[in-house]
Each structure stands twice: as structure tokens, then as C-alpha cells.
Ligand binder design. Structure first.
Ligand code: HEM
Length: 165
């Protein structure tokens, strides 16, 4: 994953022009991490809209569907909902599935806020906190899959997107 050039410098120490660069880098990083399209660069579009599935039956031991566009395994809302405990905690952020079990006790915001969303979508709460760039970078560590297209809700052009973080 690409580092930004500003390290952990507080925003107020950056020049106004640097802040825009910083914001652009943050957005690019988030877009890369979660595989969403860059709306200004359709040529490198990674939109999950209209993406297709492949049934991963190539091996006899594996039957998990894989999303062709993102390369991620597909998990349904029903499946995610079964992982809603302290010992087995998945959450959904922007239609992607994260296994945060090992992160619960290390989460700077505490395990409680995370457990409140265990087994379901936590996007609005996650967004509401205004997580930092290091927090966005950490997401990649816990990413494990994506919802099937028909269960995704962040595929439109609405105001709540990675591109408007
Ligand atoms: C994998 C998912 C998550 C990661 C990697 C993550 C990471 C972090 C990190 C690194 C911080 C420290 C502050 C910062 O750097 O922004 C933080 C704070 C916090 N997080 Fe999360 N977080 C996740 C999910 C959530 C969720 C789902 C909630 C639900 C509400 C949440 C609520 C909070 C709160 C309330 C704080 C404290 C903010 C403060 O003290 O100002 N986080 N998180």
C-alpha cells in the first residue's frame, strides 16, 4: 500500500495546497483499498456495479463464489449475520466484508462500538467517526470479501460514497 508524503503531520501544520494533495491521496488510498472507482478516471474504473460472479468450482474443495471484478470472495448478508460475537466478528463497510475479530480489543475506539455492528453494515457509523488515514489503511488487513451485487447498497451516485469521505 502506498504511503502518503505527510506521515503523521497534523493537518493544521500543512500548507493549504498541501491539504488538497493530502485529501486527494487519502481518497485515492481509500478507493484502492476498497476497490471503488475513481469517478475522474473512468479508464481505471474498478466500480463494483454490474460486476459479475464466477463460481469457484475449479477445485473440488472450494465452492465459494468469487467476484470477478474485485477478485474477492462473495459473502451474503445472511452469512455475515452469523458472525456477530466477540469471538467471531464480521462487519460490512461500503459493501465489503471485514473480519475484525482479531482487531476488536485493539480498536482505539473500543470493542463495544464495533460489536454494536457485528454481523451487519457499519458504514454510516464508521463514516460518522471520521476515521483517519491510518485507520483507512488498516482496513486492508481485515478485508475478506464482498456482498453479492444484488445486496450492495453503495453502487449508485448517492452522497455517501468512498469518493465523498
Ligand atoms: C475495520 C474497521 C475499523 C478500523 C480499522 C478502525 C480503526 C480505528 C482507528 C485507527 C481509530 C483511531 C482514530 C483514527 O485514527 O481515526 C479508531 C477510532 C474510533 N473508531 Fe474505529 N475502526 C474501525 C471500525 C469502526 C466502527 C465500525 C466503528 C463504529 C462506530 C468505529 C468507531 C470508532 C470510534 C468511536 C473511535 C474513537 C474516535 C475518537 O476517539 O475520536 N470504528 N478506529
Amino acid at each position: 500500500m502506498k504511503d502518503n508524503n505527510y506521515g503523521t503531520a497534523p493537518l493544521y501544520l500543512l500548507q493549504p495546497s498541501s491539504i488538497f494533495t493530502f485529501a486527494a491521496q487519502t481518497l485515492e488510498l481509500a478507493t484502492q483499498t476498497l476497490g471503488y472507482r475513481d469517478t475522474n478516471n473512468t479508464s481505471s474504473s474498478t466500480s463494483t456495479t454490474n460486476s459479475s460472479f464466477s463460481d469457484d468450482d475449479s477445485t473440488s474443495t472450494r465452492h465459494r463464489k468469487r467476484d470477478e471484478q474485485s477478485g474477492l470472495d462473495v459473502y451474503t448478508l445472511d452469512e455475515v449475520a452469523r458472525h456477530d460475537t466477540m469471538n467471531d466478528c464480521w462487519i460490512i463497510l461500503y459493501d465489503k466484508v471485514f473480519d475484525v475479530t482479531k482487531f476488536l480489543l485493539d480498536h482505539p475506539g473500543g470493542e463495544d462500538v464495533m460489536l454494536e455492528h457485528a454481523g451487519r453494515d457499519a458504514t454510516i457509523a464508521f463514516r460518522g467517526v471520521g476515521h483517519s488515514l491510518p485507520a483507512l489503511q488498516a482496513l486492508d488487513t481485515y478485508l475478506m470479501g464482498i456482498l453479492p451485487p444484488e445486496e450492495r447498497v453503495f453502487t449508485g451516485e448517492g452522497p455517501c460514497q468512498w469518493s465523498t469521505l
